[in-house]
Design a protein around this ligand. Structure first.
Ligand code: ACO
Length: 315
């Protein structure tokens, strides 16, 4: 199988910033509690923006940076659990908005916070079966629309945003070597759909999900290293899903990852689920911390439960 590399990244976040102090006026919480338990200082919430406008903003920026035209795209996958509509999907809306070809697969993928990595794996498979060379992969969420403001344990966590990647598939490039898993533990983390007969708001047993996450992250790191025959030292940058700074700190300590080889932006965005990993990649690329030649090990985990990892390179 031919592998994929990222050719360009883009991101789009809502203008409105909601600080911990803003939340403390609305629910029984404090800046001290949120900061010390999660590492979150702020998050961005939509006002005029929509899920579709975030997707389009991130995707346009990614196409421009990649130097790829909409008509060259061979597949479009949007990882999300909060699209404006179930039908048309966010990906179909994007197809029309950007003028992507009409004869390519465009669909949404639901794997919560692991969604962007599941989507990368999916487009690697799709491009191997396509005459076209490029695909658009977006991770986007408007979690502020499904937040339960009566639950102080979850409402302080989530933010809105979108990150997008234009990926290229070429003969001879190595596969991203995805590893993935899922365990249908619906009671730990739920976002009910229209058929559930209850309000569509997020609920989570945070402490149990935390325990799952601190086991899932090293499992994913180890599996990717094993599959690729690489060591921790071979990796130039580690990108972890931004759910809680403490989860990232535990992984960093376990693998003795030096500060210049990992990144946290959870303080600015909170947990943006499927958008979290592409937001990190986009910022790192813009800052010049990663680029062509960098070997990036990415790990995601979240609702489903789902988890996954892969080795990403830039073209
Ligand atoms: N402000 C003040 N106190 C609070 C708040 C708050 N916002 N929320 C909870 N508390 C209180 C609780 O009531 C509890 O009080 P008690 O001891 O008197 O009963 C105490 O703080 C501890 O509560 P816990 O829920 O045990 O707090 P914990 O340290 O576990 O932190 C958190 C909660 C931040 C949610 C953490 O469990 C976590 O990050 N979990 C993992 C989240 C995750 O990784 N999710 C996966 C991705 S999300 C997705 O897929 C969409």
């Amino acid at each position: 199988m031919n592998g994929i590399k990222i050719r360009g990244m883009g991101r789009c976040v809502p203008e409105r910033v909601v600080t911990n102090a803003d939340l403390a006026e609305r629910v029984d919480t404090s800046d001290e509690w949120i900061t010390s338990r999660t590492g979150i200082l702020r998050r961005h919430h939509c006002t005029a923006e929509t899920h579709s406008s975030l997707c389009a903003g991130a995707a346009r920026a990614a196409l421009e940076r990649a130097g790829v035209l909409p008509e060259e795209i061979g597949a479009c996958v949007v990882a999300t659990v909060t699209a404006d509509n179930l039908v048309p999907s966010a990906a179909c809306t994007l197809q029309r908005e950007l003028g992507l070809p009409g004869d390519i697969p465009c669909f949404d993928l639901s794997a919560a916070c692991t969604g962007f990595l599941f989507a990368l794996h999916t487009v690697e498979c799709l491009l191997n079966a396509s005459p076209r060379k490029f695909a658009l992969v977006v991770g986007a969420e408007t979690l502020s629309r499904v937040t339960n403001w009566d639950d102080r344990g979850t409402c302080i966590l989530f933010g809105d945003g979108a990150g997008a990647a234009v990926v290229e598939c070429r003969e001879g490039w190595p596969s991203i070597s995805s590893i993935m898993g899922c365990h249908g533990s619906g009671e730990l983390l739920r976002l009910p759909g229209p058929g559930a007969g209850e309000p569509g708001l997020i609920s989570m047993e945070g402490t149990r999900v935390f325990k799952f996450a601190v086991e899932a992250v090293p499992w994913c790191v180890d599996q990717v290293l094993k599959k690729t025959g690489r060591t921790v030292e071979d990796v130039d940058f580690f990108v972890f899903h931004q759910a809680n700074a403490r989860i990232i700190d535990l992984a960093v300590r376990k693998y003795r990852i030096p500060p210049e080889k990992y990144y946290k932006n959870i303080a600015e965005y909170g947990n943006t689920s499927a958008a979290s990993i592409p937001l990190v990649l986009s910022e790192l690329r813009e800052q010049g911390k990663i680029g062509p030649g960098s070997r990036i090990l990415a790990v995601g985990f979240g609702g489903g439960l789902t988890w996954g990892g892969c080795l990403i390179e830039f073209a």
